[in-house]
Design a protein around this ligand. Structure first.
Ligand SMILES: NC(=O)c1ccc[n+]([C@@H]2O[C@H](COP(=O)([O-])OP(=O)(O)OC[C@H]3O[C@@H](n4cnc5c(N)ncnc54)[C@H](OP(=O)(O)O)[C@@H]3O)[C@@H](O)[C@H]2O)c1
Ligand SMILES: [Zn+2]
Ligand SMILES: [Zn+2]
Length: 333
């Protein structure tokens, strides 16, 4: 039996919940959870903001632990290996998208917290392809957030061939955003943090930003007109997207990873005249996660975390909801 924390209804308290995972499938791995980060998507799913949550709901998809047991067909992992698991718990492994290495875009990929119980638990199971070994040199306690927030902001650097000479902006310095500062700085870029929190400005500079701008002040954003190669939005609210578009150089890209529900309202002329692009992306493939972990180990990139015991999961969720997390909360089992 697996001991977890589940909510029975949208916005409900997380309470002790036990379930029987059944026999271990041939291609699956069971993980003993050591730590689990809390992503804003856990909160959005808990509150059923996206209308897809099934209850009882067990959040948690930034999992680090050790392999407890492996299915008979699993060959690349063994009991005791230190591993992590992020947003996806499995992929179809046969569609053209999976076969091209883009597993994270597989239309049949399964989510760790979608119709599946997540990592706010003593154990979690997933298809071995989605379980990634931790490289030497990674700090176990702070590694969980790399598996969703970290890969989500690292992936665009790879997908769009961002150069060390590029100027990159990051909107929203929360869980994802602070890791974007760490990665973009280590990538060699000149980094601008767009934040609505005056109190985060100094820390943003310490985490790798070279400049900070108020993300809610169109005049301050206008002062950066035509300067950036890429802007990554990690916020889940509507901001003045046309102002951010204007901050891009010709051929610049406004890239969305934050799950803003309100449609974006962009002036076409602002795209057309300077050949700018708008895009979005989901987490990253298993191969890109492994690449990201190696990069993080080599550059000593560690998410900035606050650790709570898993028994205080409701207090921790509340702190994230109030925007008080600095910068990612990690639950310790
Ligand atoms: N694409 C993907 O695959 C993927 C993966 C993971 C998460 N997500 C999504 O990414 C988003 C961010 O997740 P997270 O865990 O980083 O959340 P988070 O820690 O809560 O950070 C979000 C940040 O957005 C900014 N923000 C919030 N409310 C704002 C407002 N009213 N005005 C201006 N800025 C505001 C804040 O930054 P400042 O204080 O600096 O302004 C806040 O720290 C969520 O929507 C999540 O669901 C997407
Ligand atoms: Zn997430
Ligand atoms: Zn597939």
């Amino acid at each position: 039996m697996i001991k977890a924390y589940a909510a029975q209804q949208a916005g409900g308290k997380l309470e002790a919940f036990t379930y029987d995972p059944g026999p271990l499938e041939a291609n699956d791995v069971e993980i003993d959870v050591d730590y689990c980060g809390i992503c804003h998507s856990d909160l959005s799913m808990l509150e059923n903001e996206w209308g897809i949550t099934r209850f009882p709901f067990v959040p948690g998809h930034e999992i680090v632990g050790s392999v407890a047991s492996t299915g008979v067909a699993v060959t690349h992992l063994k009991a005791g290996d230190k591993v992590g698991l992020g947003w996806h718990s499995g992929y179809c492994m046969t569609c053209p998208t999976c076969m091209s290495g883009d597993h994270n875009m597989c239309s049949n990929a399964k989510g760790v917290i979608i119709d599946h119980h997540g990592g706010f638990a003593n154990k979690v199971r997933a298809q071995a392809a989605s379980v990634i070994a931790l490289p030497d040199g990674i700090d176990i306690e702070s590694a969980g957030p790399l598996f969703c927030g970290g890969i989500t902001v690292f992936n665009p650097l790879v997908q769009f061939d961002v150069q060390p000479t590029d100027k990159v902006g990051v909107i929203g310095i929360g869980g994802l955003g602070h890791m974007a500062l760490l990665f973009a700085n280590a990538w060699g870029c000149e980094v601008t943090a767009f934040t609505s929190s005056e109190a985060k400005r100094q820390e943003a500079l310490e985490m790798g930003a070279h400049h900070t701008i108020d993300s809610r002040d169109p005049e301050a954003i206008a002062a950066a007109t035509g300067q950036l190669d890429m802007i990554i939005s990690t916020v889940n609210v509507k901001l003045d997207w046309n102002a951010f578009l204007s901050a891009l150089k010709p051929r610049g890209r406004l890239h969305f990873v934050g799950a803003t529900l309100e449609p974006i309202d962009l002036g076409v002329f602002n795209l057309m005249m300077t050949q700018r692009s708008v895009s979005g992306s989901p987490v990253g493939s298993p191969a890109t996660i492994a690449k990201m972990l190696d990069f993080a180990a080599r550059h000593n990139i560690r998410p900035v975390i606050e650790t709570y015991p898993m028994t205080q999961v409701n207090e921790a969720m509340d702190r994230l909801k109030k925007g008080q997390a600095r910068y990612r909360i990690v639950l310790r089992r």
